[in-house]
Design a protein around this ligand. Structure first.
Ligand SMILES: C[S@@+](CC[C@H](N)C(=O)[O-])C[C@H]1O[C@@H](n2cnc3c(N)ncnc32)[C@H](O)[C@@H]1O
Length: 372
């Protein structure tokens, strides 16, 4: 097994929300080391999981490799349309990695093919539209570009739902060249199309039984698969942990917002209470002022009434004195009258008082005669 040199280049650092390719990362990192390609072309890069792994391997092994990622970054009938953020996120990731050997070619596969000379590509990854016609077309258009050491990878050979036709095409092509296929992570068919292949890859193609089944290649493929599953499981665990963290963060934010809302409510309530307290104080002050004014008026009125009452009492007292004096004078007068009436002279002069009206008239008559 000396031909397997163990050129893994660390755990993958280009992980996105697309998990479909993750399980093939250990193999492709090893493949890069085995093929030591001058040119790698990927048809269908999207978020760059497979491209990122290949770049990481080239960088880690310090190979003089040029990698091209071709994609319209518009999506296709399998991925569905996606927005510009996919391309922008990938370019900014590659910028931070500062890889000088990778180029993103934003065009259709057919338009990009003329950029490459025949026999110039050592590894071609076909991972565009997955219908039978599209995969067959991509293979036929690009196959002349493969070098003598050329290796073609087909992704999604194990998906047979809807319009996926890679598996069908793989079934037609796999037996025409040395090849092997992984069934995990949607399947990856590896076609050793160039005549000059490293022994290690040819040994893996024997695992398919064309040159007699050998245990070691199968075991190696199982190791790649197991490593791939580790990445998938790790990624799933990380994704779950992220979801949990996000959920916890969301709950914390909600709690914080709730607490903020309550504090705001209390503050608003406090301000409202302060305002009503101020207005109650103002009202109280105004009412107190009014009441003390009214009290002062009442006191003045009370003083006036008291003075009037005193005056009336004084008047009453003087009237009583006056009445007592009058009573006394009446009593004296009555006494005198009684004395007079009972006196001798009053009784003697009684005839005179009776004759007085006649005397008066005679006198008036006499005066009248005298005047004439
Ligand atoms: C399945 S995704 C690629 C996944 C990627 N290899 C990864 O590791 O995640 C397929 C991509 O191929 C692109 N594509 C499909 N057909 C194309 C064509 N004819 N020309 C350009 N891009 C194409 C789509 O835009 C999409 O981004």
């Amino acid at each position: 097994m000396t031909e397997y040199q163990g050129t893994f280049t660390g755990s993958p650092d280009r992980l996105t929300d697309r998990p479909y390719w993750l399980g093939h990362i250990p193999f492709v990192m090893w493949l890069i080391g085995e093929v030591q390609p001058k040119v790698v072309v990927e048809l269908g890069t999207e978020t760059g999981v497979s491209l990122g792994a290949m770049c990481q391997a080239v960088n880690g092994l310090k190979l003089p490799t040029k990698i091209y990622g071709v994609d319209s970054w518009d999506g296709d009938i399998n991925t569905g349309a996606y927005d510009a953020s996919v391309y922008e996120d990938l370019t900014s990731y590659l910028e931070t990695k500062n890889y000088g050997f990778v180029e993103l070619v934003r065009s259709t596969f057919d338009s990009a093919v003329s950029r490459f000379a025949d026999g110039s590509i050592d590894i071609l990854h076909i991972d565009g539209c997955h219908t039978y016609d599209a995969v067959k077309h991509d293979f036929e258009v690009w196959r002349a570009k493969l070098s003598n050491r050329g290796v073609i990878m087909f992704h999604d050979t194990a998906v047979f739902r809807e319009n996926f036709g890679v598996g069908r095409f793989w079934g037609e092509i796999a037996s025409l060249f040395p090849s092997f296929e992984f069934s995990h992570s949607n399947g990856l068919g590896v076609l050793l199309i160039g005549p000059d292949q490293p022994l290690s890859l040819l040994r893996l193609s024997e695992a398919e039984g064309r040159q007699g089944v050998t245990l070691a290649p199968k075991a190696v493929m199982s190791i790649f698969e197991a490593l791939g599953q580790c990445i998938i499981k790790g990624e799933e665990a990380e994704r779950k942990a992220i979801v949990k963290c996000e959920e916890a963060e969301r709950k914390a934010i909600l709690k914080g917002e709730e607490a903020d809302r309550k504090v705001r409510e209390y503050e608003e309530g406090y301000v409202a209470i302060q305002a009503s307290l101020t207005s109650v104080h103002a009202l109280l002050a105004a009412e107190t002022k009014k009441a003390s004014h009214a009290l002062a008026l009442l006191k003045v009125e009370r003083d006036l009434l008291t003075a009037e009452a005193d005056r009336q009492v004084a008047m009453l007292k003087s009237f009583e004195l006056e009445r007592a004096a009058l009573k006394t004078s009446i009593e004296v007068a009555q006494e005198q009258r009684l004395k007079i009436l009972s006196s001798t002279s009053w009784r003697i002069t009684a005839p005179l008082r009776t004759a007085r009206p006649f005397l008066g008239r005679s006198l008036r008559l006499l005066r009248h005669v005298v005047k004439r």
